[in-house]
Design a protein around this ligand. Structure first.
Ligand SMILES: [Zn+2]
Length: 251
């Protein structure tokens, strides 16, 4: 039995321009089923007129409708999503974006909520306290449009590469992307011969997410080096100063 969320995801992928074969490969749903849902709007499966009618008046999705996208906030949110976020399918074609953030940094939590809200002004954003962290959550049918990296399983086991419109935003706003990515990064101080040297480390299991970080550094004019297989380090003083000008110690 297929769920409404699966139907919704297939229809969203179709709206994003993927063909039936690509959707079948991506979702594991047989191509004939994909064709059927696309032709009939998934109505045999309960994803039909009622859902469309009850959908919020969100001509606001900037990807599959004609809403406008706040690219600066999106670049930041994309960074946070790649580091700390995940999407999961819920009933009625709705998806939950969940971002887990450290409770010690209320400034980052506030900024994250601001970025989520910027995607749709009527968005209700919840926060749930857990031990040492807070989960920021928001429900929307169009999260997979904004994050086509959506899929099951850990990010480092699936394709994360940015699609062209995301890459354009990443290239245009590398500082905001880097700030978002750094919600999951580390800024610390090494002491060499008694002198403090601040540095940044960015650690991620996904080579593609590390690549997004490195490309953003290149674009922003910050030199980086691979410290070990999953950590990128920024340690030269002018580069640290450049990151400090947009990130700085977490707060
Ligand atoms: Zn959409």
């Amino acid at each position: 039995m297929r769920t409404k969320a699966q139907v919704a995801f297939v229809l969203d992928l179709s709206l994003l321009g993927m063909n039936d074969c690509q959707i079948a490969r991506r979702t594991g749903i047989p191509r004939r089923t994909v064709v059927d849902w696309r032709r009939h709007g998934g109505q045999h499966h309960g994803y039909g007129k009622n859902d469309q009618a009850s959908e919020e008046p969100d001509g606001l999705c900037p990807i599959c409708r004609q809403g406008s996208l706040n690219s600066v906030q999106y670049a930041y949110l994309l960074g946070i999503y790649l580091g700390d976020g995940c999407l999961s399918a819920c009933p009625r074609g709705v998806f939950r974006l969940r971002i887990t953030l450290d409770l010690r940094y209320p400034g980052i939590i506030d900024e994250c909520i601001k970025a989520v809200t910027a995607m749709k002004p009527t968005m209700k954003v919840g926060r749930v306290k857990r031990v040492g962290c807070v989960e920021v959550a928001a429900y929307w049918k169009h999260w997979p449009c904004l994050f086509p990296q959506y899929g099951s399983g850990p990010k480092h086991l699936r394709t994360i590469a940015l699609v062209p419109w995301q890459q354009e935003i990443a290239d245009a706003y590398p500082a905001d992307l880097l700030r978002g990515l750094n919600s999951d990064g580390w800024r610390g101080v090494n002491c060499v011969k008694g002198k403090p040297y601040p540095r940044y480390n960015f650690t991620n299991n996904s080579s593609e997410i590390r690549n997004v970080f490195c490309k953003a550094c290149d674009r922003y004019g910050v030199a980086w080096r691979q410290m070990n297989w999953k950590t990128i380090s920024v340690a030269r003083r002018p580069d640290v100063a450049r990151l400090d000008s947009i990130i700085g110690p977490k707060s």
